[in-house]
Design a protein around this ligand. Structure first.
Ligand code: NAD
Ligand code: UGA
Length: 481
């Protein structure tokens, strides 16, 4: 059997499908790659001439798109045609937590994966290698295999065959292109050596051989969930310690630096922040919890669930601190929120800590002005599920009476009459704010709440502004045993 791949179809043009296939098209100019999606608006955005309108903001992505789009990389809604012509199909669709039915709130909703598998079963021709790129619960490959197997036996069609592999994606948003170009590892799980070699040959075009790992398919699926669970666990761990720092006079930056020097612990992923966000950590841990519960491993389930509980508590804690420092009430007080994305260098807001924190502040009556360099007003509205102040109708008494409010700021210059500035995303531009100029506009005693430890504390203090920095107990004069 010829194992060289000439055409690839990727189902799903999202945060994974788009960047992953862009890098693959760059490194494999002889392979034709079709990225397909049911969402026409998203596909149109991928095909936009104006590169600032691509549906995803990722440093380095535009440069690749310029080189490969409409050469060997095509974005379209032509699902049938692209599957028909593909030797290899990547399933890269969304797998959110189920909201209804069995396992609701924990298990992944696999309806989009199943639909993709059925489409492959329906349209593919000849031999097709099907690859799970989405993050999936352990043993999902079995479901895909069953669907494809029934297609193999369909006597009304020409003979077809399929092999299923797991090839989870480890990119992080904001650094996706670099992560894809220089991955720590590429994991290929399967039980068919020929198909595994075929996929590894693609990656070998740019990934050193010793970084390409072969495992069985279930280990590969579980390794992806475990990886995310371990990373999230580190953040909950460091955030829990930040609260101890604040009451003891220790500084979380110094603690992180000290423990990170232990090569067994390592220095990465030890930044205390407003709590982890993103579309995957919570969903993947919940998935692991569901798996453990399903197999009766109650203690295991409880252990991983506590990582999420700590994250929820931590986000609530930040709101409480803001209220407390502003004399117990933030009703009608203008607070400038800097950053809404779940981390810097992305326009993604899924599960961003900013959503919970802003909702809580609005419920306390605050008058929020929200600025993020890459997140739009409509996205913030969709996340908060509250209209911005300028869109609230005069007779919308409920909204006007009960809650605080929010509005969008297009620029980083809306500090007039603000009582506080709250930094929630670590965008580079927030590091260089002219606090002296800002302080003249704010209402004294003004506050900066820095949940990402990015501001220059001397400059804030020199400007006569009070500073609260997450995990910094050295600022807190009230602390003594
Ligand atoms: P996404 O929501 O951005 O993109 C998924 C896309 O799939 C959507 O555009 C949707 O319209 C499309 N889609 C769904 N069903 C389809 C179908 N039947 N046919 C064609 N298109 C269809 O999701 P994402 O962030 O790209 O994540 C995809 C998967 O990758 C998830 O399982 C996620 O857990 C995993 N993952 C995500 C990241 C990340 O950083 N976002 C990183 C690693 C892994
Ligand atoms: C994460 C993993 O890092 C990727 O390997 C994985 O592929 C991806 O999930 C996925 O499966 O979706 P991502 O969520 O894009 O990537 O971004 P991270 O850099 O992991 O950040 C997640 C959250 O943790 C962010 O809110 C970030 O601000 C927070 N974080 C991260 C901290 O609070 N402190 C840190 O030290 C690191």
């Amino acid at each position: 059997m010829d194992i060289s791949i000439k055409q690839i179809c990727c189902i799903g043009a999202g945060y994974v499908g788009g960047p992953t296939m862009s890098v693959m098209s760059l490194k494999c100019p002889d392979i034709l790659i079709n990225v397909v999606d049911v969402n026409k608006e998203r596909i149109d955005a991928w095909n936009s001439r104006d590169l600032s309108k691509l549906p995803i903001y990722e440093p380095g992505l535009q440069e690749i798109i310029v080189k490969t789009r409409n050469k060997n990389l095509f974005f379209s809604t032509k699902i049938k045609e692209s599957i028909e012509n593909a030797d290899m199909v990547f399933i890269s669709v969304n797998t959110p937590t189920k909201t209804k039915g069995l396992g609701a709130g924990k298990a992944s909703d696999l309806k989009w994966v199943e639909k993709s598998a059925r489409e492959v079963a329906r349209y593919s021709k000849g031999h097709t290698i099907v690859i799970e790129k989405s993050t999936l619960p352990v043993r999902t490959a079995e479901v895909i295999q069953k669907i494809l197997h029934s297609a193999e036996r369909d006597s009304t069609k020409e003979s077809r065959s399929f092999k299923v592999l797991s090839n989870p994606e480890f990119l992080a948003e904001g650094t996706a292109i670099n992560d894809l170009l220089n991955p720590d590892r590429v994991l290929i799980g399967g039980n068919n050596e020929e198909a595994m070699i075929s996929l590894s040959q693609i990656y070998k075009n740019w990934v050193p051989e010793d970084k390409i790992l072969f495992t069985n398919i279930w280990s590969s699926e579980l390794a992806k969930l475990t990886s995310n669970a371990f990373l999230a666990q580190r953040i909950s761990s460091i955030n829990s310690i930040s609260s101890i720092c604040e009451v003891t006079g220790a500084d979380i930056g110094e603690v992180s630096r000290s423990i990170g020097k232990d090569s067994r612990i390592g220095s990465k992923f030890l930044d205390s922040g407003p709590g982890f966000g993103g579309s995957c950590f919570k969903k993947d841990i919940l998935n692991l919890v569901y798996l453990a519960e399903y197999f009766g491993l109650k203690e295991v389930a409880k252990f991983w669930e506590s990582v999420i509980e700590m994250n929820n508590w931590h986000q609530k804690r930040i709101t409480e601190i803001v209220v407390k420092k502003l004399f117990g009430t933030i009703s009608n007080k203008k607070i400038v929120v800097l950053g809404f994305a779940f981390k810097a260098n992305t326009n993604d807001t899924r599960e961003s800590a900013a959503i919970t924190i802003c909702k809580n502040l609005i419920n306390e009556g605050a008058d929020l002005v929200i600025y993020d360099p890459k997140v739009s007003s409509s996205q913030i509205e969709a996340d908060l599920q509250i209209k911005p102040e300028n869109e609230i109708e005069k007779d919308d008494f409920d909204l006007k009476e009960k809650l605080g409010k929010w509005r969008f700021s297009k620029n980083l210059d809306n500090f007039d009459d603000a009582y506080a500035v709250l930094i929630l995303t670590e965008w580079e531009e927030f590091k260089n704010i002219n606090w002296m100029a800002v302080s003249k506009k704010m209402v004294p005693p003004a506050w900066v709440f820095d949940s990402r430890s990015i501001v220059n504390s001397h400059k804030v203090k020199e400007a006569g502004i009070n500073l609260w920095r997450l995990g910094d107990g050295t600022q807190n004069q009230e602390n003594s045993f």
